[in-house]
Every structure is written in structure tokens, then in C-alpha cells.
Design a protein around this ligand. Structure first.
Ligand SMILES: Nc1nc2c(ncn2[C@@H]2O[C@H](COP(=O)(O)OP(=O)(O)O)[C@@H](O)[C@H]2O)c(=O)[nH]1
Ligand SMILES: [Mg+2]
Length: 374
């Protein structure tokens, strides 16, 4: 009878797959287990490598997701894709020692604990071999904030290495946010009944193969995760990101307009016979295009990082679709403000309602047509 499924989210981990399987096999002697690699269509052929091993070892399974990115959602989908009564999530990059798995299994299987997890900061744990004091500091700070916000008292709530009953997960899977990387924290804060947690000290080591994918985004993802837990129910996280980017776009347009006018005014010989307002309109049109491009790039990198468009063709097509969306949004914005003003609303109210309606329109359309392919 299948006892345990180990879920390993992967992105560009080709060189780590075979060693990881060998280490799982060594650590889990006497346990009926399977491992599921959840790969986001890595360009280095990670999924292909896992399938190659799976051909001769059916305990190894692969989920390949197309057009999607995200550690948390990969972990959730992996945990929902097994019949095993107990599921574990761990990194596939060998920074998490599989030797802890049998002890974690004993703790959860015995019914004494609901969740077992490996802590980088527990008594007896170590991050010395990680060789990243900057990340250790950042994690420490993030952990303290996370503990405050969620009321969960753990030494390492941001750990990506844990084990629990599949049933506990499945009962609440639809309520998990799946945003960012703090999946353990998400589970602890979402499940209503208090979970009994067993902590295991982890010696978190440095990577030998491949490189970290979270280094650049770790702070951003953490802030997004916090927001999602706090206010995500009131204003959806993605819309909040979209709106923030939009507000930055306003600043960019003003800055670009100022810069362009300075440049153009300095070229009196070339533009001298233009009327002032034509100069202004040209400059402002250019500034609007710059701001819109800025918004497109930032939304692609941040708001839709899990559906990011890549490559010249898709980017150009996405940009054109975004431009079309934004011009319709502008009509909505200006049109609704005009209507409100005519029926007697104060100008400020009309303008603000116009901006909100225009943004909702832009958001709805672009999430469907620009980044909505899957
Ligand atoms: N499926 C999937 N896995 C990811 C993604 N980002 C990171 N991972 C995997 O998550 C694990 C932890 O990522 P890593 O970059 O090592 O983070 P770090 O250890 O905190 O520096 C590794 O197994 C990665 O391959 C992603 O977007 N999708
Ligand atoms: Mg890692």
C-alpha cells in the first residue's frame, strides 16, 4: 500500500533529478513511496529527465505544467495529484536532506502530529553550510513578521520542507491562496483547526547544481504573500498589483512628458513653427506610450510573473494587445467621468470613478486577453 508521496516542485533542476531520486531511494528503504516532480516546463529539459527515470522506476511521476510558474501552486497541485495518505513537499535541489523523511513520517503517521516540518532555525539546525548570511538574515526577519501576522509560532514558517496528511490538505486546498512561495505558512494560517506541529532541525546546505530561483524575488514574493493574507479578500492581490503598477505609470508619464518637453523646447529650430499645443500633444502622446510600455513590462514581470510572456514574438503581440486594451480602458475612464459629471457629480468624484472603472476594465481585459492564454 502506498504510504507517502514526495512532491518536488522544479524549475531548471535537470542536473539534480537523478541524484535526488537516488537519495530518496536510499532514505526511504522499507517505505512504500512515490515522488512527483511538478515542473513548469523548464527550458533545460527537467521534465524530460524525470520522465526518463520514470520509464524504469514507476515510483517517479511527472506533472508538466505549460505556461504557468509558481512554487506554491506547483506544490498544491502535486499534493492533490496523489492517492498516498501522507504527502511531503521538499525542494528538488538537494538543499533539503531526505534523511529526515522517515522521522517526519513516523511523527505524522503515528497520529501524534498533524504536520512535521524541517526548520532551518530550530535548536540543532544549521545554515552555516548554506553560505548565504544575507538570506539567513532576510529569512529571520521574514519569519518574525510572518509569526506576528498569522499568529503561528514556528522557528521557520517559511520552510519549504514539510509533511502532512493529504486529507488535511485536500479539505482546505480550495481556500489556499497559492500565491508566492510560503505554502507551509499558507496552510497553517488557512486550516481552521489548530494543527499539531512537530519541528525537525535541518542542516540547510548550499546548492551544488543549478541556481536559486527565489534569490531575486524572495522579498517581493514575501510582501505579496503578506498582502494576500491581510487584504487579499477585500481587494484581490492581482488587482492590487495591477493598480499599483498603474499608479507608477502615471508618475512615469508625467516624468516622460517633462523630459520630452525640455528636449523639444531646446530644439526650437526644428519645432519652432509648431504651435505650443501641438508640441504638447506630441510630447504627451509619446509620454503616454512610454508609460503604457512601462506598465506592460512591469505587469509582465510582477503582476503576471506566473504567466510571464517570453520571447520577441509573444512580447510584441502582448504589447499590442495591451495597447488595445488600454485605449478601450481610456474610453471607459473618460466616458464614465463625462457621464457622471453631466448628471451632476462633483468633478473630483467623476474623475476618480472614471479611473477606477477604467482600471477594472483594463484589468479584466488584459488578464483575459494578454496574459490569459492558459
Ligand atoms: N514548479 C516550480 N518550481 C519552482 C519554481 N521556482 C522555484 N522552484 C523550485 O522550488 C525549489 C526551491 O527553489 P530555489 O530556487 O532553490 O529557492 P531557494 O532554495 O530559496 O534559493 C527548487 O526545487 C526549485 O526548482 C517555479 O516557479 N515553479
Ligand atoms: Mg534551493
Amino acid at each position: 500500500m502506498l504510504q507517502l508521496a514526495v512532491i518536488l516542485p522544479t524549475y531548471r533542476e535537470r542536473a539534480n533529478i537523478a541524484p535526488m531520486v537516488a537519495r530518496l531511494d536510499a532514505a526511504l528503504q522499507g517505505v512504500a513511496w512515490e515522488a512527483i516532480f511538478v515542473d513548469d516546463n523548464s527550458p533545460d529539459g527537467t521534465a524530460e529527465e524525470a520522465r526518463r527515470i520514470s520509464l524504469s522506476d514507476p515510483r517517479i511521476r511527472v506533472i508538466e505544467r505549460i505556461g504557468r510558474r509558481g512554487l506554491a501552486s506547483a506544490a498544491i497541485e502535486g499534493m492533490c495529484a496523489t492517492a498516498a495518505p501522507i504527502v511531503a513537499v521538499m525542494d528538488a535541489d538537494q538543499q533539503h536532506d531526505p534523511a529526515l523523511l522517515p522521522q517526519m513520517l513516523a511523527a505524522v503517521q503515528g497520529g501524534e502530529y498533524d504536520i512535521a516540518y524541517a526548520s532551518r532555525f530550530a535548536e540543532g539546525a544549521s545554515t552555516a553550510e548554506w553560505g548565504r548570511p544575507d538570506r539567513v538574515k532576510a529569512s529571520g526577519l521574514a519569519n518574525r513578521i510572518a509569526n506576528k501576522v498569522t499568529g503561528v509560532e514556528l522557528s521557520d514558517p517559511m520552510s519549504g520542507y514539510f509533511m502532512l496528511h493529504a486529507q488535511t490538505l485536500r479539505a482546505d486546498a480550495h481556500r489556499l491562496s497559492g500565491v508566492g512561495f510560503k505554502i507551509l505558512l499558507d496552510i497553517l494560517a488557512t486550516v481552521d483547526k489548530p494543527l499539531r506541529v512537530k519541528e525537525f532541525p535541518l542542516n540547510f546546505v548550499a546548492r551544488t547544481e543549478g541556481e536559486s530561483k527565489l534569490d531575486q524575488t524572495v522579498v517581493f514574493e514575501f510582501l505579496v504573500g503578506l498582502y494576500d493574507k491581510w487584504l487579499g479578500r477585500i481587494i484581490p492581490t492581482r488587482f492590487a498589483l495591477f493598480g499599483t503598477v498603474g499608479a507608477m505609470g502615471v508618475a512615469v508619464q508625467l516624468g516622460a512628458l517633462w523630459g520630452l518637453l525640455t528636449v523639444i523646447a531646446g530644439e526650437r529650430f526644428v519645432y519652432g513653427n509648431w504651435s505650443e499645443s501641438a508640441t504638447f500633444n506630441t510630447a504627451n502622446t509619446l509620454a503616454a506610450i512610454i508609460a503604457m510600455t512601462f506598465n506592460f513590462v512591469l505587469n509582465n514581470e510582477l503582476t503576471y510573473s506566473d504567466k510571464r510572456l517570453r520571447g520577441f514574438g509573444p512580447l510584441l503581440r502582448g504589447w499590442a494587445q495591451f495597447a488595445l486594451t488600454c485605449s478601450l480602458g481610456l474610453l471607459t475612464n473618460v466616458g464614465s467621468a463625462a457621464v457622471l459629471k453631466t448628471i451632476g457629480f462633483p468633478a473630483v468624484v467623476a474623475v476618480i470613478v472614471g479611473i477606477v472603472l477604467g482600471s477594472v476594465w483594463n484589468f479584466a481585459l488584459s488578464s483575459r486577453f494578454v496574459w490569459g492564454k492558459y
